[in-house]
Design a protein around this ligand. Structure first.
Ligand SMILES: Cc1ncc(COP(=O)(O)O)c(C=O)c1O
Length: 399
């Protein structure tokens, strides 16, 4: 009998894409749909990026490139990290990947044997669970509900690391919650991390430039430099520069980890194309006016979404300080009906909202928190208030 590998049976299509596909279908049928579902920026990179690509085309060698990334790109990444306070890294600590997702896939392959444990807070970005399952890791979830602002506490981390997971995976700012840890909160968690030297720490911080209210971006290694031996930092051009489809991801890590990622690269992706490398280089080193302007816009949009959520009785909505997501706890709607549709959980809620009001949100279960839904507020500007009004209307009509 012909069979597929068991790991494929463990892989699931992304729950986020399932909602996005349904919204797309309804739109194609002529429905007026507002999508709050997909986590992509609503802008393109600046003109200098396209200019760099045109130039690169003129000089394209068409050859294979470095498995680690071109020297120029790695230097640009090192300088880029230093701008947010991640200093002291060299090319030898770094490697490229096909997006941060490709980097994370490699990292899980590099760090986890089948049966090893990876711990991470819930809500989590969907692919954490899916990739961990593909590589056959055991998953230790650390629940961080809305009541604790979706943030991990030092006591929780202490209890979790006492169980000796091989890897602790941390995401700041967070997708799906948009929450950002303050310097004090990072310091308190770092105090715990130093107590457990046998656990690797991955910080997926691809939204590190999308931080509001002057709160700043902080990483464990900035507070406890000795953690540099264990901290693996991930970054990406996808969100900051409006380049999700370009597939440019980075890792900065202890050399032994970076070298292992490079070895895996040499066995599948080989290299980032020259054209993509030119685009990434231009994005990292060129004018930063687009991301800066977008950050201001996202902060203003965040305020509008939060104001709308706070006006709905029963909804608990911690105020995010980064990325472009809001993650309201909508469990006050469970057990109610909208017209003929009964709402028992987040999936029912999001289905009914999409069917009746044409607003697509992602059920929280996709992120391991089934009392919530994710609103991504990167839709066209003229749709945001309309979409929020429809969500409010939907709640008001529940019986
Ligand atoms: C927290 C987080 N990490 C990683 C990724 C993957 O990003 P990339 O497009 O660089 O693969 C995403 C994308 O949504 C994300 O939200």
């Amino acid at each position: 009998m012909l069979t597929l590998a068991q790991r494929v049976g463990r892989a699931k299509p992304s729950a986020i894409m399932v909602v996005a596909e349904k919204a797309k279908r309804l739109k194609a049928e002529g429905r007026d749909i507002i999508s709050f579902s997909i986590g992509v920026p609503n802008f393109l990179p600046g003109p200098h990026v396209y200019e760099a690509v045109r130039k690169a085309l003129d000089h394209d060698s068409g050859q294979y490139g470095s498995n680690r990334g071109s020297d120029a790109l790695l230097d640009a990444f090192v300088a880029h990290m230093a701008q947010v306070g991640m200093t002291g890294y060299t090319r030898k600590n770094c490697a490229i990947g096909i997006g941060a997702k490709g980097v994370l896939y490699n990292l899980m392959e590099v760090l986890l044997d089948e049966g090893d444990t990876i711990a991470f807070p819930t809500p989590y970005w969907t692919s954490y669970l899916d990739i961990a399952e593909i590589v056959g890791a055991k998953i230790q979830l650390l629940p961080c509900p809305a009541e604790q602002n979706y943030k991990l506490t030092p006591a929780q981390l202490d209890a979790a690391l006492a169980l000796k997971p091989k890897v602790f995976l941390f995401n700041n700012p967070s997708n799906p919650t948009g929450m950002v840890y303050t310097r004090d909160e990072i310091a308190a968690l770092a105090d715990v991390l130093v107590k457990f030297p046998d656990t690797w720490i991955i910080t997926d911080d691809i939204y590190n430039r999308m931080v509001f209210d002057g709160i700043g971006y902080h990483n464990f290694v900035m507070i406890k430099p000795e953690l540099r031996e264990r901290v693996i930092f991930m970054d990406s051009c996808s969100k900051t520069y409006g380049m999700p489809g370009w597939r440019i991801g980075f890792v900065a890590a202890p050399e032994v980890v970076a070298n292992a990622v490079v070895t895996l690269n040499s066995n599948h992706i080989t290299n980032l194309p020259e054209i993509t490398t030119a685009a990434a280089l231009a994005a990292l080193t060129g004018p930063q006016d687009v991301p800066i302007a977008k950050n201001a816009e996202f902060q203003e949009r965040r305020d509008r979404v939060i104001a709308a959520m706070k006006a709905i009785p029963g909804v608990i909505c911690p105020k995010p300080q980064g990325a472009f997501y809001v993650f309201p706890d909508i469990s006050c709607a469970f057990g109610k009906t909208h017209g003929t549709m009964r709402i028992d959980n987040d999936v029912d809620f999001c289905n009914a909202l999409l069917e009746t009001k044409g607003v697509a949100c992602v059920p929280g279960v996709a992120f391991g928190e089934s009392r919530a839904m994710r609103i991504s507020y990167t839709c066209p500007a003229n749709q945001l208030d309309d979409g929020l009004r429809r969500v409010q209307e939907f709640f008001a009509e529940l019986k």
